[in-house]
Design a protein around this ligand. Structure first.
Ligand code: SAM
Length: 409
């Protein structure tokens, strides 16, 4: 491994955890009892539970087939084709150049997974999970992109030993620049310009759901100027500019990324409301003048020390009373683990491991880091779809931080 990984904070023990331990050990012994499976299937009150657990386990085993069915449908452009009109097996086989007997396996699998549905006269149409795939290009792009992770993880133990040497690590150039000097980082950026273009395009395509979560959860009325750190090509800024026409913006990102953003800003007619600030938060301060700083899908790409540095720079750049808004996917809190979306944690743990330097953090961990950087009134902003992102807010308080207070007194 090229650099040490940060460890997530683990839960501390209490009397309650000891009782929970004993209860879990007892449950485990029950589950392991050879007669329990048969008995629970014979009992109408417990049958559903055992069936559900068995189905979940089967899905875990079969998950790699499910994701390849999804990828095949995306590569064949099936979702868009069937959104235009349902089609029969033979029509699709002719159009896609595949043998009907083979294509039928794919279509029936996609029906089983809720991606497609049977329609009248033997035709296939979109299922409930296929509809968003036909509408949102960003999802299809992420599915295609995930193929890199799939390849990296083909031999999972080999992956755990050399997680940062695969295609995903190569895809994200900045994830490995943490310890480089400014000059070395600039040379690296110049040499890999095409990589910055490629990931910025993917980020812009996939940011829509996250932007929606932020715009529908936070009231921007109190702010005048927003600094978006790690702004990418500026999709968030462009949509927020329409949502809150009174706002001015500053965008901060690496120089090759902001060069791409410049075209977008001009194309969206925002040149008089947006200023661009190329730089690296590893080496440069953040520009001052904004009363709201946003960090959207940035912290999880970086190790704790870098996140702490970004938060401190954000605190320094804000005026008193200014706000930091941090939005990204976060680990499910303990009490919500076991909910269906908790399985997203496994995806992000492995994605970020393959990428190189960051990790999935819980809202509590990020809140503590924000407080350590000086922010007060740190809170979680409730939002409708936490699987896309959770949102944290912190304020640069009008009161002095306690260490400053102490030195003044
Ligand atoms: C995962 S992308 C998120 C982009 C955008 N906020 C979004 O949600 O789509 C992370 C962004 O942080 C930027 N970034 C990474 N390292 C950086 C650094 N050292 N200084 C400034 N920006 C950086 C990347 O160029 C990229 O645009």
């Amino acid at each position: 491994m090229s650099q040490p990984l940060d460890l997530a904070a683990t839960a501390t023990d209490s009397t309650f955890t000891a009782i929970k331990d004993a209860w879990q050990a007892r449950l485990e012994r029950w589950y392991a009892h050879p007669g329990l499976y048969r008995w629970s299937l014979g009992n109408p009150f417990t049958r559903w539970l055992t069936r559900r657990r068995t189905r979940k386990l089967f899905d875990l085993m079969a998950g790699f087939v499910h994701s390849q069915v999804l990828l095949s449908c995306v590569r064949l452009d099936l979702f868009r084709v069937l959104h235009q009109a349902p089609a029969s097996l033979n029509e699709l086989a002719h159009r896609l150049g595949l043998a009907p007997a083979v294509l039928q396996r794919l279509l029936l699998s996609a029906v089983a997974l809720g991606l497609l549905e049977h329609r009248s006269q033997g035709r296939f149409g979109l299922g409930p999970l296929g509809v968003p795939l036909a509408q949102h290009e960003g999802i299809a792009q992420m599915i295609e992109h995930n193929h890199l992770l799939y390849q990296d993880m083909q031999d999972p133990l080999q992956f755990l030993r050399n997680a940062w040497e695969g295609g995903m690590a190569d895809y994200w150039p900045y994830a490995h620049a943490q310890s480089e000097s400014q000059a070395a980082a600039q040379a690296e950026v110049a040499a890999q310009a095409d990589k910055f273009t490629r990931y910025s395009q993917l980020m812009a395509a996939s940011q829509g759901f996250v932007v929606q979560e932020i715009l529908s959860s936070y009231f921007f009325g109190e702010h005048r100027c927003v600094l978006d750190v790690g702004a990418g090509k500026g999709r968030f800024v462009s949509e927020l500019a329409v949502h809150a026409p009174h706002l001015k913006f500053k965008m901060f990102d690496l120089p090759p990324v902001l060069a791409l953003a410049r075209d977008n800003v001009q194309a969206n007619g925002l040149s008089d409301r947006v200023t661009l600030h190329p730089g690296s938060f590893l080496h440069d301060p953040l520009p001052q003048g904004a009363d709201l700083i946003t960090l959207v899908r940035v912290a999880h790409d970086h190790p704790d020390a870098v996140v702490q540095q970004i938060l401190q720079k954000a605190y320094a750049a804000l005026p008193v009373g200014g706000v930091l808004l941090l939005a990204e996917p976060m680990a499910q809190p303990e009490d919500e683990a076991g909910q269906p979306s908790a399985s997203a944690d496994a995806y992000f743990h492995f994605y970020l491991l393959a990428m190189g330097a960051g990790r999935l953090r819980s809202p509590q961990e990020l809140q503590t880091m924000m407080q350590q950087a000086g922010f007060t009134h740190v809170e979680t902003l409730p939002n409708a779809m936490p699987i896309h992102a959770r949102i944290l807010l912190g304020r640069k308080s009008k009161c002095l931080p306690s260490d400053v207070q102490n030195s003044v007194n």
